[in-house]
Design a protein. Structure first.
Lengths: 320, 374, 349
């Protein structure tokens, strides 16, 4: 039996209200715009306050004590080098450790302990950087001193390990402390990603007779690749901008070399700004802000590279 | 536990916490409201009120803490604060009007004087040397409390020429003291600092052929061990043996100190000896009645002077646009310059400064009396 | 007659006591070697022992169980020692903070501020700093969490267009802002807008918000991406509008991860010294008004007490650090409770 429906009836039926969707979409894109605006403001301010340093003549710059007679690029160059060096070292140390710890918590530790263990690692993130500086100075330096001394004695012919001088206020110690500082951020993010690995994939792997490590290699790590890179970027961001711990541990210098164990060789941009800003005035302030701008650009380039890597290996992700 | 119960419990817990937190704080040192407590003050007998903010040299922090505390107790209607953000930031904040007074290890540069005059509504700013602090040469050698060191020796230690503690230069000046064969590790300030500036000026004045770098707030030699701020330097010195550094004398703790060669004697650091230096020093070329800046005679051979000193200035306007600021600043500066104020900061566990002489106090008071509201 | 060879390894695994005894022997050997070489160094000895264990167990396993199981044992050893390695700095740090901080920590420290304290005075505490930290960080969170979550939602749920690409890119850029530069930005912003005389906790909150937002966005974005598409599609199929799907299904599913991400962001900024140093400075009295007047904050309090030097100040600095850590621990606990409360049944792990 056919039911007769008038076409007018069909046309009159209204679709469900779109208001909720519109408002929500508006909020979401509004937040996106807020980010754009904020960043534009920060960039604008940085460039404005840094501009005098770029446009200043040689003479004016030489009058500024903190530049020690270098031109602007001669001043920033070693700082950039020191920043990248310390952050790269910290990442190289921290990322494998983070993956290991996250794996431990998600796949190796007894289930009941897992949450508590995660909490303990998160505790490291709670500790302010001033305390890391103090801890580095009072405990870590004492611990690494014999190690560095041994390295310098036996492998001192390599430029990396030559001429160690106590106390251990060199870029290696600073990188170690940075690594400890960025560990919890990276670990927490990677841990969450590992925990979200589809159980199906894991169990399929195990059902085929894989060992636990093989299961991890096949099911967990590929799924987590973009998450690992993303987490590393978060950690790198923290390492590049870390101020207080480096300030309290490193004996700074303005040289470009790979003498990791010698004091007075390198300095990072952020620690340098914190060090010099209180006493800086006039053009000096502009120079320091200009170095901050350089740091900004470096991070930006590194992030672009990371994004390119992630894009090339676009994995399955839930929202695609 | 039921969901509803949990919610209620949660809300109750949070509110309880909030109430406890907001209700139960108290001032560390209680003051009676409304009654100015006793003590000979040079401030006015009328109640001071309003807000007075200063910023600048962190070298003055310990003393300013004491002055702010005591002055606030005597004038409870006044909200007084000093922010130790650093000399440069302090001068800048003074010039752009964020604060009414500042503390600075360095006098105004010529271009800053113009800007400061503009800030002071066309009138000259005040620069008063109200903080004279000896800089001690400290070292970490267990068992050795003091060493005699000639200016030449000190310069050669800090340029790295003298590398071992039992070098003849040190040994000859200290007969009878057993010096270890360990390496000398010179430690300096890594930040631009008034202490470094005064120390390097001293070295340049007394040993110009050894110390060829002149005087500068930034340490001129690369590749050295260094620390950020006095506490950073002390961290390094205390952390390893054989280190030597220059720090504000009030922070010496139980480190060994050097008695500096002046003329034929060796003078250990002390506030009195440091104060003598200002007495034998001349004002700078551009000094005036209001801007009492000095050219320190660091190469003096006067007996009993300790020539390594830091002079830090208090900066204010001679003219403000309102009565309250003028009165408050004048009262506070008078307190700092008074015997009471200077003695307070001179205490060893406060800041250990050298109290200013009476003749200097006269000049300073004359300048302070010129503060008015335009 | 054909023999069937399978890929499955049927060799017996090592008896359970074997790896443990190898571990014990390696540790003993490691500590023994360092003891004979120089002084007895527990840390170095253990490290050496662990390395010896890894070599030994891999070798033994390779021979007895086969290559695949040897790799697995090595991987397990590496993973466990990674965790043990990170416990070392954590334990020594916490021990240092607790033992130094307990010298002065207590109700009196928590309830007094620094009005009238100078020199070697034993009085004084961090009450004003605690209040300041909570208020400023709370305000910063209020600004950055909604913006962060909505941006993440925008990127994941509404993304794909050009604007979304720019926003992703800019969030990356934002993660790299050094904390001191964020402070400089906030300082100049308010200097231009409100004039030089305006000093308040709001400036510090803005600086912290700039630092927090990208962290929130990144973490929440990762969490949202991990929510399986099937859940979304099931909701759409039932006629649920998009915004309700996002709120009730996607967010609800990801809430544990989101809370962790937000907590990480708060923990990241609560200890920031540099931006607060130049925007809010330090004062001795308690200020409850976050929109007017300077405020003290815990990290700046700790730093300045440390920089001041002296016995009493040093103790106050450590006690302040202990307070800060306790506050963050509390926040972490609250976050875990919240996420467990909200998580849909069956998602708890």
């Amino acid at each position: 039996m056919a039911v007769q429906i008038e076409t007018s009836q069909v046309r009159d039926l209204k679709p469900p209200s779109n208001l909720g969707n519109k408002v929500f979409a508006g909020l979401a894109s509004g937040a996106g715009w807020a980010i754009l605006v904020t960043l534009a403001a920060v960039a604008l301010f940085l460039v404005l306050r840094a501009a005098p340093a770029f446009t200043a003549s040689e003479e004016e710059l030489s009058g500024e004590g903190i530049l020690r007679g270098y031109g602007f690029w001669g001043y920033v160059g070693p700082l950039l080098f020191g920043t990248v060096l310390s952050s790269a070292l910290a990442l190289v140390i921290a990322v494998p450790l983070s993956i290991g710890i996250a794996l431990f918590i998600s796949h190796y530790a007894p289930r009941r302990l897992a949450q508590g263990l995660g909490y303990i690692v998160d505790l490291l993130a709670a500790i302010p950087s001033v305390i890391f500086g103090l801890w580095g100075a009072r405990w870590l330096m004492g611990v690494v001193d014999p190690v560095f001394a041994w390295l310098s004695d036996t492998l001192g012919f390599l430029p990396f390990f030559q001429d160690y001088l106590p106390p251990a206020r060199n870029i290696m110690t600073a990188s170690l402390v940075l690594a400890v500082m960025i560990l919890p951020i990276i670990t927490a993010t990677i841990r969450e990603v590992f925990l979200q690995t589809p159980r199906l994939h894991e169990e399929a792997s195990l059902a085929l007779g894989a060992t636990r490590w093989e299961m991890v290699q096949q099911a967990v790590l590929p799924f987590a690749r973009s998450g690992i890179i993303s987490a590393s970027m978060l950690g790198l961001g923290r390492a590049l901008g870390e101020t207080m711990a480096v300030l309290m541990i490193l004996s700074p210098g303005f040289l470009v070399n790979f003498n990791l164990l010698m004091p007075g060789q390198h300095q990072t941009i952020a620690a340098n700004i914190a060090n010099q800003f209180p006493e800086a005035a006039g053009l000096g302030v502009n120079v320091l802000i200009a170095t901050g701008l350089m740091l900004f650009i470096i991070t930006f380039l590194v992030n672009m590279a990371a994004r390119a890597i992630i894009a090339r290996r676009a994995e399955f992700s839930g929202a695609n | 536990m039921k969901l509803a119960n949990r919610r209620v419990a949660g809300i109750a817990a949070v509110s309880a916490l909030a109430i406890t937190l907001s209700a139960c704080g108290q001032d560390a040192v209680q003051t009676d409201d409304g009654a100015a407590t006793g003590g000979a003050t040079t401030g006015t007998s009328e109640e001071l009120s309003g807000a007075l903010a200063g910023a600048g040299a962190s070298s003055q922090e310990a003393g300013q803490n004491a002055w702010v505390a005591e002055f606030s107790t005597q004038n409870p209607g006044l909200t007084l604060s000093y922010d130790p953000t650093g000399s440069g930031a302090g001068r800048e904040q003074f010039i752009n009007g964020t604060v009414q007074f500042a503390g600075s290890d360095a006098a105004f540069k010529p271009e800053e004087i113009e800007a400061a005059t503009e800030r002071c509504y066309g009138a000259e700013p005040l620069e008063l040397p109200l903080w004279v602090s000896p800089i001690a040469v400290v070292f970490n050698l267990p068992g050795i409390e003091t060493l005699n060191m000639t200016p030449d020796t000190i310069a050669r230690v800090f340029t790295g020429e003298i590398t071992s503690w039992n070098d003849p230069a040190i040994a000859d000046a200290n007969p009878g003291v057993e010096l270890p064969d360990s390496a000398v590790v010179a430690v300096n300030r890594s930040d631009d600092s008034g202490t470094t500036e005064n120390f390097t000026e001293y070295l340049a004045a007394v040993a110009p052929d050894v110390w060829t770098y002149g005087g500068d707030g930034v340490w001129p030699i690369e590749g050295t061990q260094s620390g950020a701020q006095t506490s950073g330097v002390l961290e390094v010195v205390n952390g390893a043996e054989g280190t030597i550094a220059y720090v504000d004398a009030s922070r010496v703790g139980d480190l060994g100190t050097a008695a500096v060669g002046v003329g034929d004697e060796f003078v250990p650091y002390s506030a009195e000896a440091a104060a003598r230096v200002l007495e034998v020093s001349e004002p700078t070329e551009d000094a005036s009645d209001l801007r009492l800046t000095y050219e320190l005679a660091r190469d003096t051979t006067e007996s009993g002077t300790y020539p390594i000193v830091l002079v830090s200035y208090m900066i204010a306007c001679s003219q403000y646009d309102n009565e309250a600021d003028a009165t408050n600043v004048a009262a506070y500066f008078s307190y700092i310059a008074s015997e009471e104020g200077q003695e307070l900061a001179a205490q060893a566990d406060v800041a250990g400064i050298a109290p200013i002489s009476d003749s200097l106090r006269e000049k300073v008071t004359a300048a302070i009396d010129q503060i008015s509201a335009g | 007659m054909t023999t069937i060879t399978t890929a499955v390894d049927t060799r017996p695994r090592l008896a359970p006591w074997v790896p443990w005894s190898i571990l014990g022997l390696s540790l003993a050997a490691g500590i023994g070697i360092t003891a004979t070489a120089g002084s007895l160094n527990l840390l170095g000895g253990t490290a050496l022992g662990v390395v010896l264990y890894m070599v030994a167990i891999t070798a033994v396993s390779w021979v007895r169980e086969g290559e695949r199981w040897a790799r697995d044992r090595l991987a397990s050893a590496l993973v466990v020692s990674a965790f043990a390695l990170v416990m070392v700095p954590l334990v020594s740090l916490v021990w240092m903070v607790v033992s130094e901080g307990m010298k002065r920590f207590g109700p009196q420290f928590l309830y007094t501020n620094m009005v009238g304290v100078y020199g070697e005075s034993e009085l004084g505490g961090a009450y004003h700093a605690i209040v300041g930290t909570l208020l400023i960080t709370g305000l910063a969170s209020l600004i950055s969490i909604p913006i962060g979550i909505f941006t993440a939602i925008y990127l994941v749920e509404y993304g794909g267009g050009r604007i979304a690409r720019y926003v992703t890119f800019l969030v990356d850029v934002m993660t790299g802002i050094p904390s001191i530069v964020a402070g400089l930005f906030a300082f100049s912003l308010f200097f231009t807008v409100a004039g030089p005389g305006y000093k308040s906790g709001l400036i510090g909150a803005v600086a912290l918000a700039v630092l927090m937002t990208p962290v929130v966005v990144r973490s929440v974005e990762e969490m949202l991406k991990l929510v399986p598409n099937e859940l979304r599609e099931a909701a759409y199929a039932l006629g649920v509008p998009k915004w309700l799907t996002i709120v009730k299904v996607v967010l609800r599913t990801a809430v544990a991860g989101i809370t962790t991400g937000v907590m990480i962001a708060i923990a990241r900024v609560i200890g920031e010294t540099a931006p607060l140093l130049i925007t809010v400075g330090i004062v001795a009295n308690t200020n409850f008004n976050v929109f007017d007047g300077r405020m003290a904050t815990l990290p700046v309090f700790v730093f300045r007490q440390y920089a001041q030097g002296g016995q009493a100040a040093s103790e106050r600095a450590w006690a302040g650090a202990l307070t800060l850590i306790l506050i963050v621990m509390l926040l972490n606990l609250v976050a875990r409770l919240i996420s467990r409360w909200f998580a849909p049944r069956g998602m708890a792990h």
